[in-house]
Design a protein around this ligand. Sequence first.
Ligand SMILES: [Fe+2]
Length: 239
Amino acid sequence: MKLLTNIYQVGGPSLTHFFDATVTLLKGKDGWFLIDCGTPEGYEQVKENIRKAGVEPSQIKFILGTHGHYDHVGAAHLWKEEFGCRLFLHALDREQVEAGDSVKTSAALLYGTQSVPCLVDGLIAEGDAWEGEGFTVEALYTPGHTMGSVSFEVTAGDYRLLIAGDAVWGGFSEKIGSSEEAWRETLDKITSRHYDFYTFGHVNPQLIADADERLKEAKMAFGNYYNPWFKTFFETYRY
Ligand SMILES: [Fe+2]
């Protein structure tokens, strides 16, 4: 599903396996890359969706992980084994992924399965940038859901897009590395910036417009992150 020129959503609960977080395919100046890659359960369908976008999975050079959870980077070891892709993550989520810590990666807690240990090839820090064909991507450090959570700001012409991972509308649990204090600061940080569109970790293929207002609502709804399924949120929230 094309989101913007050279940017596609190729994974997510309505596109691949229902375990999968949003997977975004982007055309970098030095080759194609992914932001998050979903779970092993959705791996084959993610590859199929990449082909539908006219790209061969073997063209994927690297994966930028928003954070070290199973639904976001659980399939990274498969991408490394089959295609030699490199995985990049923030330093504070590295250990749990490399150790295959199935509690901290949420694999056991939320998905009834185990994480496969996966080496991280490089680290992501605030301000790191990647040149795309017609856009730039910049990392924004957005801890709270986990302490190694990052979001990505995409600037494409006049458009400012935030790819937020689980930094908005994610679930809060100390077992999977959440911190309320850090998360509240992150929501202040995100809402102090300007975006035309945003997308996040568990969403249908879409760019959510009126982003500044919608992100303010996401901040106001922080209490629901403690139990994101408590309400029928599709009736209540406007994302
Ligand atoms: Fe997560």
